[in-house]
Design a binder for this molecule. Structure first.
Ligand code: ADP
Ligand code: MG
Ligand code: MG
Length: 750
């Protein structure tokens, strides 16, 4: 058996890497005894050899091709190049990974001025043969010579309109002229005549179709999606069958379940007297597959049986292509069917109910993008999930949590967010941004008064106004989350973020604060920072304004104890110190927090367990994680800031630049959406392992926009983080991704 060419009866579905998906499935169907027109696969190994040999099919491979064609001649009883009973083949791309830039299928290869009359004898009509010939020339021109299909189509249209004026010309005459015109197009555009010799046609078509693997478009796509060049592409060479032969012939595409709704039962369409891939000339009627029973009752029943068999065999919804030639059914393709998000979850649930797959397989097969889409549609478009969809969704998410190991928490701002997080199935709150609570209508002025305070008295008065707001918000959040972990981050952003920008705003604020506009403007100027993302923020604020950190801690502890009394059990409380860059700085702020908590316990006559940890979001904190871990109870990797600082890229200033870099292939993808695992990830993995060495029980998670990204979640599992935290609507998708990461890991350890 040559590694380069595999006959259909030599392969199986497990050989996708060598035969491509289409080839492997055609081999599988052949082994199942289904009626598949015979053929062979030009393997990915042959593809690699083709490029090693300087983009040519060398003589030895050409000889093997001859042998395979001879085998096809024996099986079909037809002859390549024969004017009596010609063998015609299709050449089809068979991808290992789906890439949209591959070549289209070439049908009717082997037709020439001589064999076309042989084909006419088969169908009993010259029209059928000439029509097939013209299609072949058109596809040859488009796939091999890269002449746009439109050139051929417009030539045909012109001929047709001319002919219709002079009605004495027959359909046959029109097609004959079309063939002649098409040949002229090839000659005119390439300087070479359309090749008449079938083996030369085969060599040219195979070379050209393999060539698409290294086209500029494919290379760009491959690099963007990190697909290795070595994977290669396979081709299928298969004996033609003719759905356009006569009125007893048709072509069809069918799903074994409805790809839109997931409803069980075949769903698709068929066209009487047509050939696949001929959309430009399709003036035929497209019928729904049920109608096929009226046209071809026997073939229909045979097909329905085969479709059910294939779904059972592959244990998934299939997308199937078939052709009927003069009342005889041929299977041309089967593959995992495309489906809508709604269909995806329905099919998964029902395949489990029907005992076709187990829960693990069902969960592993769903895309987290589909789950995201269902949630986003239900919430943003106000479409609301239909009850049946919601049921399936719940079922899937219950299964997801059976396999999930890593925690999935929510990033929130308000008690309302906490409610939504719970509804989305969050295990807890990974990040509650406390500053957002100051942004309310009136609260913002009180907060500004705090920042502007010129004396201790003024400051403490402002703090006392704010304290009840914060306490109340935290209390509500604790009550909603009950005993689930809630991590509250102390004030993080640079204070001038809260300041007015325009003159009008300054005028209004001055009025509110009973302050002169001039004085307010001067204050704002003093607070201005050139680079606020690296300015006085995070832990630095707590060092400069310990009162604020103290008040926030007291609000957290008071709220927790109050909620605990109401709930009969204390909440699980963590205080998170943001934007730390040194261990001493962390210790300093931690002592402010611990002292404030102690004072609170004293006052309330009750204590509770709480932890204090930090965000690792500056490169230095990551580098010094062992030292910080000696004093911190947990880490949460703040990947937004960390990515900016590791790259030296300001996210808000460089959106266009990053896009441009991705286009120019200088970046694989936007590192603010999916974690840069090689660079930023290297730092995180090092910081995690150093931190764990210093404190084996250190809890670690990742919060930041990356927390909802499936690839990033897989990475977090690999470095054994305890949880990810993401925005509320991404939680179901993140739970699925975490389950899939766990399933992946368990398979690898099998
Ligand atoms: P795609 O990968 O885009 O689905 P295919 O290779 O399946 O492309 O081919 C496109 C069309 O040509 C399909 O309708 C298919 O059924 C038809 N086709 C391919 N090979 C043959 C063949 N040997 N005989 C008849 N029709 C064929
Ligand atoms: Mg197909
Ligand atoms: Mg941050």
């Amino acid at each position: 058996m040559s590694e380069f060419l595999y006959s259909f009866n030599e392969g199986s579905r497990n050989m996708k890497g060598l035969l491509g998906e289409k080839g492997a499935n055609l081999a599988e169907m052949t082994a199942m005894g289904l009626p598949v027109p015979f053929g062979f696969v030009v393997t990915t190994e042959a593809c690699r050899k083709f490029f090693r040999d300087g983009n040519t099919i060398v003589e030895s491979v050409m000889e093997q091709l001859h042998e395979k064609i001879q085998e096809l001649e024996e099986v079909t009883g037809k002859k390549f190049g024969s004017g009596e009973n010609p063998l015609l083949v299709s050449v089809r791309t068979s991808s290992v990974v789906n890439i949209p830039t591959m070549a289209d299928t070439v049908l009717n290869l082997g037709l020439n001025d001589k064999t076309v009359s042989g084909l006419a004898k088969l169908g009993g009509s010259n029209e059928f043969a000439l029509d097939s010939y013209s299609r072949f020339i058109r596809m040859y021109g488009s796939v091999v010579k890269k002449i746009p299909q439109a050139v051929f189509v417009s030539t045909y249209e012109k001929l047709k309109s001319k002919e219709s004026l002079k009605t004495q010309y027959s359909e046959e005459e029109l097609l004959y002229r079309t063939v002649e015109e098409y040949k002229k197009i090839i000659l005119r555009k390439t300087g070479k005549p359309f090749p008449q010799e079938p083996y030369l046609q085969l060599k040219e078509v195979i070379s050209a179709m393999l060539g698409y693997w290294n086209s500029y478009a494919t290379m760009t796509y491959r690099e963007f999606h990190e697909i290795s060049r070595d994977i290669g592409v396979a081709l299928v060479v298969q004996a033609m069958v003719f759905g356009n032969l006569d009125d007893d012939s048709c072509i069809g595409t069918v799903f074994t379940r409805d790809p839109r709704t997931g409803l069980k039962g075949t769903c698709g369409r068929f066209i009487v007297k047509a050939q696949g891939g001929d959309l430009p000339f399709a003036d035929s009627v497209v019928r729904s597959i049920e109608e096929m029973e009226d046209f071809f009752p026997d073939v229909y029943r045979q097909f329905i049986k085969i479709a059910a068999l294939l779904e059972k065999h592959y244990r998934d919804m299939q997308e199937i292509e078939f052709t009927v030639e003069s009342g005889k059914l041929y299977m041309l393709q089967t593959k995992k069917g495309r489906r809508s998000p709604e269909a995806a979850i329905k099919i998964a649930v029902e395949l489990v109910e029907e005992k076709i797959v187990d829960r693990k397989t069902a969960v592993a097969g769903i895309k987290s993008a589909d789950v995201d889409k269902l949630i986003v549609d239900a919430f943003h478009m106000e479409a609301k999930m239909r009850p049946e969809v919601a049921d399936n969704f719940r079922t899937i998410m219950t299964w997801v949590d059976e396999f999930r190991v890593m925690g999935v928490r929510a990033n929130i701002d308000t008690p309302e967010d906490a409610g939504l997080a719970l509804q989305m199935g969050a295990d807890g709150i990974g990040l509650c941004r406390s500053e957002h609570m100051f942004f309310g209508e009136e609260r913002i002025y009180d907060f500004i008064r705090l920042i502007m305070a010129e004396s201790d008295r003024e400051r403490s008065r402002a703090l006392e106004v704010l304290r009840p707001y914060q306490t109340e918000d935290f209390r509500k959040i604790f009550l909603i989350m009950e005993d689930r972990p809630v991590t509250i981050r102390l004030l993080d952003p640079s204070l001038h973020k809260f300041m007015p920008k325009s003159e009008e705003e300054i005028r209004q604020l001055a009025g509110k604060l009973h302050m002169s506009e001039k004085k307010l403007a001067a204050k704002i100027k003093v607070m201005h920072e050139e680079n606020p993302l690296m300015g006085k923020r995070g832990a630095r604020l707590a060092v400069s304004y310990p009162d604020i950190a103290r008040m926030q801690t007291e609000a957290i502890i008071t709220a927790a104890i109050e909620a605990g009394r109401e709930m009969d059990g204390m909440p699980d409380v963590s205080v998170m110190i943001p934007f730390v860059s040194t261990a001493r700085e962390f210790s300093k702020v931690r002592s402010i927090v611990d002292e404030a908590a102690a004072a609170c316990f004293e006052k309330m006559g009750e204590t509770l367990d709480y932890s204090v940890g930090t965000m690792i979001e500056t490169p230095r904190a990551a580098l010094m994680s062992d030292k910080i871990a000696e004093r911190a109870d947990f880490f949460s990797f703040g990947t937004n800031d960390l990515t900016e600082l590791v790259y030296g890229l300001s996210r808000s200033d460089t959106e266009n630049l990053v896009e441009d870099y991705v286009k120019k292939d200088l970046l694989d993808r936007n590192p603010f959406y999916s974690l840069d695992q090689r660079g930023v990830g290297k730092l995180i993995s090092m910081a995690a392992s150093d931190g764990r060495k210093a404190r084996p029980k250190l809890k670690m998670g990742l919060c930041g926009d990356h927390g909802g990204d499936a690839e990033t979640i897989k990475f977090c599992r690999d470095i054994e983080l305890n949880f990810v935290s993401c925005s509320t609507l991404r939680i179901p998708g993140a739970r699925l991704a975490a389950a899939q990461a766990a399933i992946d890991a368990s398979v690898k350890n099998d």
